[in-house]
Design a protein around this ligand. Sequence first.
Ligand code: SF4
Length: 360
Amino acid sequence: MNSNEMYEKMKAKLDRIVPDVELRYKAEIAVEINELKLQRNAVILGHNYMEPALFHSIPDFTGDSLDLSRKAAQTDKDVIVFCGVRFMAETAKILNPTKTVLLPAVKAGCSLAESITAADVRALKAKFPGVPVVTYVNTYADVKAESDICCTSSNAAAVVDSLHSETVIFLPDEYLAKNVARDTGKHIIFPTIAGRGVFDQVPESDQAAGEGTHSTNDLDYQLIGWRGRCEVHEKFTLKDIETVRAQFPDVAILAHPECSPEVTAAADFSGSTNAMIRFVQQSKAPHYLLLTECAMGDNVAAANPEKDMLRLCMVRCPHMNMITMEDTRDSLKFNRYIIEVPEEIRVKAYQAVDRMIKIS
Ligand code: SF4
């Protein structure tokens, strides 16, 4: 495909979303990337939060982190370029260790992944011996290696249930944990740390986190959480929802489960990235508002041109935003940045990720 053909392909999807001059410039880079991809025998995986021009041009596969983990595990290409953030590229390496995995921006991290360390998980396990550990995929490999099983926002409740355990440690997203606790009728506690790794009593303010349906007896809890948060989804508020509903009473509001429990409860639908896409495709509501990352909203709007998507775009993930088409081209050209996971950690992390994939 030459750059004119690429431009026409991108314009068909992004006419209303990306300025024409940007489309022409990025179409040329996309052609360069595709040539390099062939030369390197590479596959490009594009997360739903990639900027629209990248998302609709170069990835061989797009999707959420679980979709892309599966594609990474199945590929027979020599090189996997992960247009996403570091924990996703690490997961690709964990699942397919003989491949070269490249992350176009070396500093593309995640506030959730950075909220917890492997030492924190070991300290929790020492405090709650024998309690299984579920870890959200938005964590680094060494944290996964300390876990029994991983989960995504789409299968978190199913993973918790699969353990058939009275109590589960659920890390590190505070809001996802609270949303799972509410949806499954479990009572959650958040141990506080006095100094890293030393646990005090559960604070009173957390005793009612499980919707107040359980007694506040110290032993009456089923989930043990952590105070990590997604710096994007934590920004949406109840006030945002009230303001939009006042102007558009018939709007369908969709919220990601990394939003606060108040926001997910007030939304019409809460679900993972893929579940939100399905909802928009299948629903007949006159307007939609997605309380999630900005680029994801743009990509859903591009894929559903007949639907009226309202914009409340104030939060672009700064980590996802680091992945540009220029950096993606350079990652293939200069073989950077190579993601490595020490084998001892990889083997243990693999078990946790593989268990998750089997449940999904
Ligand atoms: S959107 Fe939130 S969870 Fe996703 S990478 Fe950015 S900070 Fe992490």
